[in-house]
Design a protein around this ligand. Structure first.
Ligand code: ADP
Length: 160
C-alpha cells in the first residue's frame, strides 16, 4: 500500500491546498494530511479548528485521514508507514525553501522521498497568509477558500 503524507499549517486550508489534496489523493492508496502543531507560531485558527476545517473541506474523498503533528515530518511518516511526503509548488519563491527542506529530510531519512505537485495557474498567487490578510481588512475570501472556511473566517472576524 502506497501511503503519502501532506504536512502543512493549513491556517486555513485554501482552494490551492484542496487542489493539491484532490490530485495527491489519486497518487496514493492513502494520504495523510498532517496539520502542524506550532505552539510558538500565532495562528488564526487553533490546531483543532484547522483540523476540523480540513476534514469538512475534504468530505467525499475517502482515502484521506486528517491528523495533527508535533513530530519531525520524516519521523511521523515512519510512524504511519508513509513512503512519500507530498508538497505543493507555486512560484519560484517556494523553490528555495522546499529544496532546502527536501534535502534536509533526505539527510535524516533517505528512504522517504518528497514529491511535488505544481499548482494550477489560478492558485499560484494564493496562500493562507494572503487569505488571512484579506479577511482582516474585510475583503471577500469566497473565491479562495472552501465554503466552510469562509463561514469560519466570518465568525472568527466577527468575534474579534
Ligand atoms: P507550511 O507552513 O508547511 O508552508 P502551508 O499550509 O502554507 O504550510 O503549505 C502547505 C503546503 O501546501 C506547501 O507545500 C505549500 O507550498 C502548499 N501550498 C500552499 N498554498 C498552495 C497553493 N495555492 N497551490 C499549491 N500548493 C500550495
Amino acid at each position: 500500500m502506497k501511503i503519502g503524507f501532506y504536512p502543512g499549517s493549513f491556517d486555513p486550508i485554501t482552494l490551492g491546498h484542496l487542489d493539491i489534496i484532490t490530485r495527491g489523493a489519486k497518487l496514493f492508496d492513502k494520504l495523510y494530511i498532517a496539520i502542524s502543531i506550532n505552539p510558538n507560531k500565532k495562528t488564526l485558527f487553533t490546531t483543532e479548528e484547522r483540523k476540523e476545517l480540513v476534514k469538512e473541506a475534504i468530505k467525499g474523498i475517502d482515502n484521506i485521514e486528517v491528523i495533527t503533528s508535533d513530530l519531525l515530518t520524516v519521523e511521523h511518516c515512519k510512524l504511519v508507514g508513509a513512503s512519500h511526503i507530498l508538497r505543493g509548488l507555486r512560484a519560484v519563491t517556494d523553490y528555495d525553501y522546499e529544496f532546502q527542506m527536501t534535502n534536509f529530510n533526505h539527510q535524516i531519512s533517505s528512504d522517504i522521498d518528497t514529491v511535488f505537485l505544481m499548482t494550477q495557474g489560478k492558485y499560484s498567487f494564493l496562500s493562507s497568509s494572503s487569505v488571512r490578510e484579506l479577511a482582516h481588512f474585510g475583503g471577500d475570501v469566497t473565491p479562495f477558500v472552501p465554503e466552510n472556511v469562509k463561514l469560519a473566517i466570518d465568525a472568527k472576524i466577527r468575534k474579534s
